[in-house]
Ligand binder design. Structure first.
Ligand SMILES: [Zn+2]
Length: 442
């Protein structure tokens, strides 16, 4: 018998690759952080002697979900300002609160809270954009969650940096610090076309090529943004990004609710990725990303929650469901964005967009053991005729019981193993007292 670290034997396994496959009564073997094999349950029990054996007869095992766009630390602003359009929400509430409260401690505490929420919801990797990416990286590493931290750039001074040169210099320090990490990666994160000028964008493009890392940016989120951008630059944001050489396989263009026919071809040709954030777009009434059309044109579309201040949660199971339902409404077709495709967007497409497809996003042998087990044996998901649509259309995150990142179990019977829940709650209360005081004074 071969000795291995972990053997997981659930009722069903959805490997995501090949598409639409659902394996019943199979087991997944994990050794040294990687997936060793997927094989029939009985055969696995005969072949392997495992240090940790998980018999999960009610569960479905899937690749850990990938949240391709969030601002993790903003969890501390959850529910601060609701029912407002993007610019009013941003300029009247979020930016003033950020000026007053955001510092290294805020980002560290906020990212830990977000990491706990994401792990408890089956998310094992997130793509972040916020100030103090050094703190987001530190919090993620400690929590044992995979993260791509955004080296942010925005054309106004903040407590993180005074000007474009300092944003870039501080970002490069963070990149250098985590270059060898197998859990934390870096991407450039220029905030949006309307908040970053040409010079810094051109510099970021050069550096991204040099360091071979992605560029993560909000693009064409609202109609108003396009109107303002056209008034200043005399062209649409996508056209400007193309002119500056930013439209490439490195770019994760987040939101894209405003898409013209010409944009579709431009995106497909450039191999740029789109990150769809349906709940945030709905809450801020930003518009509808034409997901089905993008997918049909051959664009890789991933899925993200955006920050908890505009969602208001970091729940990728819910994001899949809303994404699938919204796509049907927008396309006027019930067969648009079927469940299996929604799951691919929340896993493999995210991995591809982040340049991590070789490592995560599906359960192929050799990939990292980033996994989530979801109990479909509850009242809410019974009976089960088809586990994959059931996962997308019925399951909720309280049914996520066990989660592994790189083979390490970070959620065990709904208990976090790397984070102290009581401590996180008390920190959240402390921040609530500080930030809430200001909200009352307004
Ligand atoms: Zn965002």
């Amino acid at each position: 018998m071969q000795r291995i670290d972990t053997l997981i034997h659930p009722r069903w396994i959805i490997p995501v690759e090949p598409p639409d496959m659902v394996l019943e009564d199979h087991a997944l073997a994990v050794h040294e952080g990687r997936i060793l094999s997927l094989l029939p349950g009985q055969e696995a029990l005969q072949r392997y002697q495992s240090d940790h054996l998980h018999q999960l007869p009610r569960h479905v095992l899937i690749p850990g979900l990938i949240n391709s766009h969030t601002h993790a630390a903003m969890s501390l602003f959850r529910g601060l300002a609701d029912d407002l359009p993007l610019m009013e929400w941003l300029q009247g509430h979020i930016w003033p609160a950020e000026r007053q409260f955001v510092n290294a401690e805020f980002v560290y505490d906020g990212t830990r809270l977000a990491a706990a929420e994401m792990l408890r919801g089956g998310t094992t990797c997130f793509n972040d954009m916020y100030f103090f990416p050094d703190q987001a990286a530190r919090a993620s590493q400690e929590a044992g969650i995979r993260a791509v931290v955004g080296l942010i750039l925005i054309d106004f001074p903040t407590v993180w940096a005074r000007d474009a040169d300092e944003y870039i210099a501080r970002g490069l320090e963070v990149h250098k610090q985590y270059r060898q990490s197998s859990l934390v990666y870096a991407a450039f994160a220029p905030h949006a076309p309307y908040t970053v000028t040409d010079g810094p964008l051109a510099r970021i493009r050069e550096l991204a090529d040099l360091l071979d890392i992605p560029i993560h940016m909000h693009v064409q989120e609202t109609a108003e943004e396009i109107r303002q951008h056209q008034a200043i630059y005399k062209e649409r944001p996508l056209a400007r990004l193309a002119r500056l050489g930013l439209l490439s396989h490195r770019l994760l263009a987040v939101h894209l609710t405003q898409v013209q026919e010409t944009d579709l071809a431009t995106l497909a040709e450039s191999r740029a990725h789109v990150v769809h954030c349906p709940e945030s777009n709905l809450k801020l009434a930003s518009g509808f990303c034409p997901v089905e059309r993008l997918l049909q044109t051959g664009v890789n579309v991933a899925l993200g929650t955006d920050g908890a201040a505009s969602n208001d949660d970091l729940d990728m199971l819910a994001e899949m469901r809303v994404g699938a339902l919204l796509a049907k409404g927008v396309a006027g077709s019930a067969s648009a964005l079927p469940a299996s495709q929604a799951l691919r967007m929340a896993t493999l497409h995210g991995a591809r967009a982040l340049g991590l497809e070789h490592l995560i996003g599906s359960l192929l042998p050799g990939k990292a053991a980033d996994l989530a087990a979801i109990d479909l044996g509850c009242i809410e998901t019974q009976p089960v005729y088809h586990p994959l649509p059931q996962l997308v259309y019925s399951a909720a995150r309280h049914q996520v019981t066990d989660v592994w990142v790189a083979g390490r179990q970070v959620l065990k019977g709904r208990e976090l193993t790397t984070l102290d829940e009581a401590e996180l709650l008390s920190k959240a209360q402390e921040w609530q007292a500080r930030i809430g005081m200001r909200a009352k004074r307004r």
